[in-house]
Design a protein around this ligand. Structure first.
Ligand code: SF4
Length: 389
């Protein structure tokens, strides 16, 4: 088996393991180890890591999990990720976690954090709020306070103090991880035939359960292994996928987009690893540095407030330009309010910039790929025809 095949097989195994054995093994390797789960889109994993704990991304149940109990907690007209996450919790699959963070994304996640507090009383549960105002003296002050509270809470859970030096070391570890992921995204953008997104996605998903140091090494190994394997270059349409920042599409859907003749050159699948756009400074107050990075140098997505109307869509258009994309695919989870409410505004901006787009919805357990493949294939063909005209 080639090195590349080995890496992908390992990542696929981690992706499919809904019992989170990698987390259980990490905890069992030393006494007293703790793991804290988090949901999309972003939490400061540095603070969990500085507490000596493992940050664990919980991104729903995918298409292999049968949701039975989780459905009883929610009406049918909402997305699937809160229901499958509940199913994971209620069936004991998440009992390896000592706590759970629910980032401020939407009302559904907010409600889920409340349910979690009632259902799992012995675990640490926190609704992690983020600022929607971007001045250091206002939103920043609020956010630093939130970060301090999280640090102090985790210190209590772990039974140890978290010093500024602990935080600085963890920031350095996560800077390395973000750098590796940025390099991977740049590599895919340059040579998407060498690093298909169906693989890149699995490599990123491994970062949900591996310690960041190990994940950084894995990402670097993947880039080297992908470069070593010569693969045919096709005349595919280069597209940016947007709207998939929370509930994740099934892997089959990503493969369908690629098989329909598209190279995905940017996406918002696993934003947690790319949320902060540059290195966080290692000197000075670490929590203030994390706050400034969030306020001034973080990715844009539907659940993040844009202060100025004219900034809406700017991040997406910049991604299209930077990655020489020829079109945009809006792929949002069914009933995802943030993504679907933002969509008309983004479409308006794309139309203004004459950037072709197509749009569809999915659920994490969508099984019927034929309509998506046909729609995406037609989109890719039309891009190629237009560009040839
Ligand atoms: S998929 Fe959308 S609506 Fe559902 S929990 Fe995530 S952000 Fe909220």
């Amino acid at each position: 088996m080639s090195k590349l095949a080995e890496i992908i097989q390992r990542c696929q195994g981690l992706f499919e393991d809904l019992r989170f054995d990698a987390v259980r093994q990490w905890k069992a390797a030393a006494p007293g180890r703790k793991a804290i789960g988090y949901m999309p889109i972003y939490v400061p994993r540095e603070i969990i890591h500085a507490a000596g704990m493992l940050p664990v991304g919980i991104f729903g149940g995918g298409d292999q999990l049968e949701v039975i109990q989780g459905d009883a907690y929610y009406q049918s007209y909402i997305c699937r990720i809160p229901r499958s996450t509940l199913e994971l919790g209620l069936t004991g699959r998440l009992d390896c976690l000592d706590g759970m963070l629910f980032p401020s994304i939407c009302d559904v996640i907010r409600n889920l954090s409340g349910m979690w507090q009632i259902l799992f009383k012995d675990k640490y549960v926190r609704y992690f709020d983020v600022p929607q105002e971007y001045h250091d003296a206002v939103g920043g002050e609020y956010y630093v306070h939130e970060l301090e509270t999280l640090r102090d809470d985790l210190a209590k859970v772990g039974g140890r103090t978290i010093t500024d030096d602990d935080l600085r070391k963890s920031i350095a570890v996560h800077n390395e991880n973000r750098r590796a992921v940025r390099d991977l995204y740049d590599y895919r953008s340059q040579k998407p035939w060498q690093a298909p997104t169906s693989e890149v996605y699995l490599v990123l998903r491994a970062g949900n359960v591996l310690p960041p140091e190990e994940h950084t090494e894995l990402v670097r190994d993947y880039i080297a292994a992908a470069e070593a394997e010569k693969r045919p270059k096709r005349d595919n349409a280069r597209v940016v996928v947007t709207g998939s920042f929370c509930e994740q599409p099934p892997l089959g859907l990503i493969k369908s987009i690629e098989m329909a003749g598209c190279y995905i050159v940017d996406d918002d699948y696993m934003l947690v690893q790319r949320w902060l756009l540059d290195d966080v400074p290692g000197e000075g107050n670490p929590l203030e540095n994390l706050s400034k990075a969030f306020l001034h140098r973080s990715a844009s997505t539907a659940s993040k407030y844009d202060e100025r109307r004219e900034d809406k869509g700017k991040f997406l258009v910049e991604s299209v330009k930077k990655n020489a994309a020829e079109g945009v695919i809006f792929a949002a989870a069914s009933f995802c309010d943030p993504a679907l409410l933002e969509r008309p505004m983004l479409l308006e901006v794309l139309a203004k910039h004459k950037i072709p787009y197509t749009a569809f919805k999915y659920a994490e357990n969508t099984g019927q790929m034929a309509p998506i493949r046909e729609q995406t294939g037609t989109f890719a063909d039309s891009i190629k025809l237009w560009s040839a005209a």
